[in-house]
Each structure stands twice: as structure tokens, then as C-alpha cells.
Write a protein that binds this ligand. Structure first.
Ligand code: HEC
Ligand code: HEC
Length: 410
């Protein structure tokens, strides 16, 4: 059985001072009836060994918002994945216990149930495996082990009883992450103007966004990666379940010495070691290479879900870009020079200023109804900023030839 809530979340007056409570409308399980939900796929991603039940979801929801899940009781999953901020923290990179800063931008949990792999480098596959890692990362929730977190939670009688009720056995690490994953699997986010457009309501997005969709699939080459294949579109998350080097701040990192260091440090398959390197060290910049150890994967990252992207900035794995205009400028100029590992689908696009506005309008149309108001405010802010500040714009390169790609260093 698959259970989701049925009520549509109400709009919420944002209050940034206090953490969002688990009872916030935006935190509730989402309806399968939203326009655009791929119903069969949604049922298909529920694992056989962790079926959805109402009580388990509600237990997972409590845990997701409970700061007692961290070593010093200050950080919950929702600290970095706040429903009021579309399940992100809107920071360039995340801040965990004792103000410790990580190397990576927090992706949204919305629609993460559809991901074939989790994290920017895909180091684990399931939401269950994923949930165990922040709990034991020393710059996130800071427990020395999952057992330590279990002991802390088991000391709370209410949780002891709830776990016994839901799983029929005493609290343990595997069930803890099962409950959290069950809650995450209720966080589907569709019902955007784009979904209404795809469903046939041609007036749900404006002419600019329609031109943006055309550019996305043709001149802008976005569909090379933000679609299942060049010809098979899957608008669930607009991704290809793959990894690419698109040239994010590539030249700032001395990747070859870093790669050597990583090879020595990390045994293949040691997920916790990769987790520490990815979140706490400069090796973060190596991306997928940390998992595969293949040179071609140096500085490759997962194609991210771009639904609700207007309200999940700043952008890229390191949160290095502030506006969607900066993101498109980056693609328009063909990204970084001097990058031997750059994906071949990254090349100058010759998009005009109007074209760029159109692609941004398309991105904005991917905002779910529950974040519509926040999206409008954010779009106005980004637009104003983009009129005076365009750090990534390089018109000469955008309209120039594809630069030769240097050979990989020896
Ligand atoms: C200190 C901030 C922080 C906390 C606390 C935190 N996360 Fe995250 N989360 C992140 C960051 C940063 C990433 C990306 C890390 C990476 O890719 O290496 C991430 C990645 C994820 C992803 C992968 C999404 C994707 O698209 O790949 C999921 C799911 C997730 N977190 C859920 C959780 C859950 C569940 C908890 C609580 C058990 C939690 N997070 C606690 C910051 C945090
Ligand atoms: C070669 C594959 C590829 C192409 C082509 C591509 N993308 Fe991406 N996109 C990615 C990857 C990979 C990332 C994450 C990169 C990183 O953070 O290092 C990304 C990140 C993004 C982000 C930031 C999302 C976030 O949450 O941080 C946006 C927005 C985006 N792409 C939109 C576009 C648009 C619009 C186009 C076309 C103009 C496009 N992409 C073309 C692969 C691609």
C-alpha cells in the first residue's frame, strides 16, 4: 500500500527565525493527485522491504525535524532541508553542528525518491543508505556512529514505543533510516505551471517560457543532460541519471594532485570515507571520481533535479552561482577553458539576452504551486541583480567557436 496525504498544503507566511516545525503545512506528505505526478513510477520506487504505512511516515517525519538526532541536539535533517525553503537551506554550502561548514550545497529532498543515486556524486543509491551518512558526519550531525544516534533516540520513551509499534521490535539503526526514508518518499513536488502546460493547458506558461522550452530542447542543448536521452523526454525531474563535468570552478582546483591523494586515501567502496572527503575536504571537487576512480569522472557531478530550481539556489554542487542568469551565462560561454575533462556537450551556445531571459522563464515555470509566491519574489530579486551584476557573462566566447580541449595532464 502506498499512502500519501491528500490535503493541499496551504501557503505559509515565512518566518526565518525559528526552525520550521514538523506540523508546518509545507512539511506534510504530498498528494499523488498533483498535476504531473508520474503515478506508476511513484509506486514503483517504493522498495519492497520498506513499504509505506501512515504510522511509519509520521515517525519518519518526527525524526526528520528532531534536533535530538544530532550529537549535541542542535541540528536536524530539516536544518539543511527546510520545507519552508523547498527542503534546502538556501546557503552556498551547508552548516552543521558547532557552525561547521561543509564543501557542498544541500540539494532538495523534494522528488529525491525518484533519484537512481543520491548525493552530488551518487555515492549511494537508496534514501535509506543516504540518511545514515549525515548522522555520522562530523560537520553535519556529528555522531561517532549510527549506534550512538540510536542510543540517544532510544533514551526517549516516546520513540521507543513508536518504533515498537511500527516495526514490532526494539529501535535499531536500520529501522531508524527506514522511517526517515518513508517520510522522504512522500515529498513529491509537481503541480507547476510547466506541468499544466505538459498536460495540455497551453496558456499555463507565457510566450517567453514557451520559447525557453524550445531553446532548452534545441539551441540551448539542455536536453543533452536534463532529459533521459536526446529524444526521450522524462519531465519527472528533468535529468539523465548521469554525471558530467560541466566546468564548475574547475581551474581553481589542482585536480591531479588531489586525485592522487584520493586514490591513496580512499579504498573503493568505503562510503563513509568518501562522505568525509566529499563534505569536509578539497577532494570534494573531484566529484564522481571519488567513487569510480576513473580519470574521465574527475570533477563530474550528478545532473540535478531542476524542479523548483528558482527557490533552491544558490546553484551547483558548491553553491557558487547566485542567480539563474549566472547559470545560463555559464552554459552560454561553454564553461571553463583549460579543462581536459569537460563534457563534450558543453560548448558555446550563442544565446542572446532575450534567449537567456526565456530559458530563465522556463526554469521559473518549474516552480510548484506551493512555492509560487516565494518564487515570484525570488524571480524579481534575481532579475534585479542580473540587470547590474553578471559575473559569468562572456558574450565574445558565447558567440565564438568551440575552443579546443586540452589533453589530460600526465
Ligand atoms: C548540515 C546540513 C545537512 C544535514 C544536517 C543533513 N543534510 Fe542532507 N544533504 C546536505 C548536503 C550538503 C548534501 C549534499 C552532499 C553531497 O552531495 O556530497 C545532502 C544530500 C542529501 C540528499 C541527497 C539528495 C540528492 O538529490 O542527491 C538527501 C536525500 C538528504 N541529504 C537527506 C537528508 C536527511 C534525511 C538528513 C537527516 C538524517 C540530512 N539530509 C541531514 C546537507 C545536510
Ligand atoms: C553536459 C550535461 C549538461 C548540460 C548540457 C546542461 N546541464 Fe545543467 N547541469 C548538469 C550538471 C552535471 C549539473 C550540476 C553540476 C555541478 O554542480 O557541478 C547541472 C546543474 C544545473 C543547474 C543548477 C541546479 C542546482 O540545483 O544547482 C541548472 C539550473 C541547470 N543545470 C540548468 C541547465 C540548463 C538551462 C541547460 C541548458 C542551457 C543545462 N543545464 C545544460 C548537466 C548539464
Amino acid at each position: 500500500m502506498l499512502i500519501f496525504g491528500c490535503e493541499r498544503s496551504a501557503k505559509r507566511a515565512s518566518s526565518k527565525l525559528a526552525p520550521t516545525p514538523e506540523t508546518d503545512p509545507l512539511a506534510q506528505p504530498k498528494s499523488l493527485q498533483q498535476v504531473g505526478v508520474p503515478v506508476a513510477m511513484t509506486r514503483g520506487v517504493i522498495p519492497a522491504d520498506n513499504p509505506q504505512t501512515l504510522e511509519k511516515i509520521s515517525l519518519g517525519q518526527k525524526l526528520f525535524f528532531d534536533r535530538r538526532l544530532s550529537a549535541d541536539g542542535t541540528v536536524s535533517c530539516s536544518t539543511c532541508h527546510d520545507p519552508a525553503l523547498a527542503f534546502t537551506d538556501r546557503k552556498p554550502t551547508s552548516v552543521g553542528i558547532k557552525g561547521r561548514v561543509g564543501q557542498r550545497n544541500a540539494p532538495t529532498v523534494l522528488n529525491a525518491l525518484y533519484n537512481k543515486t543520491q548525493f552530488w556524486d551518487g555515492r549511494v543509491n537508496t534514501l535509506e543508505e543516504q540518511a545514515a551518512l549525515p548522522i555520522v558526519n562530523s560537520v553535519e550531525m556529528g555522531h561517532p556512529s549510527l549506534d550512538a544516534a540510536v542510543a540517544q533516540i532510544a533514551a526517549i520513551a516516546e520513540y521507543q514505543q513508536a518504533f515498537q509499534r511500527v516495526f514490532g521490535r526494539p529501535l535499531n539503526g536500520a529501522d531508524l533510516v527506514r522511517a526517515i526514508a518513508s517520510y522522504e518518499r512522500t515529498q513529491l513536488s509537481f503541480d507547476s505551471p510547466f506541468d499544466h502546460f505538459i498536460a495540455g493547458d497551453k496558456n499555463s506558461i507565457d510566450e517567453s517560457a514557451k520559447r525557453g522550452w524550445e531553446l532548452f530542447n534545441n539551441q540551448g542543448r539542455c536536453n543533452k543532460c536534463h532529459a533521459l536521452t536526446d529524444t526521450t523526454r522524462d519531465v519527472t525531474n528533468l535529468i539523465d541519471n548521469d554525471f558530467h563535468n560541466i566546468g564548475i570552478l574547475f581551474v581553481q582546483h589542482k585536480v591531479v594532485p588531489l586525485a592522487r591523494q584520493a586514490e591513496q586515501l580512499i579504498k573503493s567502496g568505503d562510503t563513509s570515507a568518501i562522505d568525509r572527503a566529499a563534505i569536509q575536504t578539497d577532494m570534494s571537487a573531484l566529484g564522481r571520481f571519488l567513487i569510480t576512480k576513473q580519470e574521465k569522472d574527475i570533477a563530474s557531478f550528478k545532473t540535478p533535479n531542476i524542479r523548483n530550481v528558482l527557490v533552491t539556489g544558490p546553484y551547483f554542487h558548491d553553491g557558487s552561482q547566485e542567480t539563474l542568469w549566472d547559470v545560463i551565462d555559464h552554459y552560454n560561454k561553454g564553461a571553463g577553458l583549460q579543462n581536459p575533462y569537460l563534457d563534450e556537450d558543453i560548448q558555446p551556445l550563442a544565446l542572446t539576452e532575450n534567449d537567456i531571459d526565456d530559458v530563465v522563464a522556463l526554469m521559473a515555470s518549474l516552480t510548484s504551486a506551493i512555492y509560487q509566491e516565494q518564487g515570484a519574489t525570488e524571480l524579481a530579486r534575481q532579475r534585479a541583480l542580473s540587470r547590474t551584476n553578471r559575473p559569468q557573462r562572456d558574450t565574445a566566447r558565447a558567440f565564438g567557436p568551440k575552443p579546443p580541449r586540452p589533453a589530460p595532464p600526465k
